[in-house]
Design a protein around this ligand. Structure first.
Ligand code: PDD
Length: 287
């Protein structure tokens, strides 16, 4: 595979030459936050939304972010250019840096944060899961209680995705007190038989998805009825349609939950429409 050019602390380097300290707090303590922004035709989708959330995540953790949106846009664009990325994602990770040893306490504020970005080429518009839908299994939501902050502590979502794979499914939906919180790496939605779109309200329990926010806008523009509230696994299983949203999956139909088919077991009409509308709107807004 050809070597990507990646970004590490102010430098563009070949991936094999990229270095971060073993004392980096992202590595030792998962003391870091991240963003994934998608790219279509070499342009960034929902970029201001992703950078706004990055700023919020860092602020919630009192983590320094000494780059403004303009500087971050320049880095994203330079990486897209250097890697000739037409379609895929740019991954950004910011950590509290390294104080040169292991210590729980935050280092002095003059400790520079670590900023790493790299590209991932992927076919996002023409994807099998997008056209055929995915099967999910439910898993207890055993993540921490501040899921609104996009931290790099992703061991539990990784475990949940492995459990889904072992069960012959594609992804996991997290459940707390009988109610769906969100997918392991996406927001969960359902469409009731009376045509109301339902997705959980924002709180510390879920990540405020950027794709979720745009899909809510699109739903409103299409005059769809929307309710932001929690729903149970049983309600979702008997819904007309279900789907997930995320930067990398856009709008992806869910065709089964714990082996119970949703609707007729095929991708739903509304999910398909929202996927097409989201892609169209994203191409229009891409920068
Ligand atoms: N995941 N919920 C969780 C737990 C997520 O990890 C994500 C994103 C989302 C959707 O957020 P957005 O629409 O802003 O991508 C919801 C990214 C794509 C990832 O970890 O790869």
């Amino acid at each position: 595979m050809t070597q990507r050019t990646v970004y590490v602390n102010g430098e563009y380097v070949a991936e094999r030459d990229a270095r971060v300290s073993i004392f980096d707090r992202g590595f030792l303590l998962a003391d870091g936050v991240y963003e994934v922004s998608s790219v279509l035709e070499g342009k960034l989708i929902d970029f201001p939304g992703h950078m706004g959330r990055l700023k919020r995540s860092a602020a919630e953790l009192e983590m320094a972010l000494p780059w403004d949106e303009k500087a971050l846009l320049t880095i994203h664009r330079e990486l897209i250019r250097r890697n000739a990325l037409a379609e895929g994602m740019v991954y950004l990770q910011l950590t509290r840096g390294s104080a040169g040893d292991r210590d729980f306490g935050y280092p002095d504020t003059d400790t520079p944060p670590t900023l790493v970005l790299f590209t991932q080429a992927k076919s996002l518009v023409d994807s099998r899961s997008g056209s055929e839908g995915i099967r999910v299994v439910t898993q207890p939501d055993w993540r921490w209680a501040r899921r609104d902050i996009k931290t790099v502590q992703l061991l539990y979502p990784a475990m949940a995705k492995m459990a889904a794979k072992a069960a012959g499914a594609d992804d996991a939906w997290m459940v707390e007190d009988g109610m769906v919180t969100e997918g392991a790496s996406n927001n969960a939605w359902m469409l009731t038989h009376d045509g109301t779109l339902v997705t959980r309200e924002l709180s510390h329990a879920i990540l405020p998805g950027i794709t979720r926010a745009v899909v809510l806008e699109i739903a409103e523009a299409l005059s769809l009825r929307v309710e932001e509230r929690a729903f149970s696994v049983e309600e979702a299983q008997s819904a007309k349609e279900c789907f997930v949203t995320s930067a990398s999956s856009f709008v992806t139909p869910v065709i089964a939950i714990d082996d119970v088919s949703i609707g007729d077991g095929c991708p739903g009409e509304v999910a398909r429409r929202l996927r097409a509308a989201y892609i169209e709107e994203s191409r229009r807004r891409a920068i």
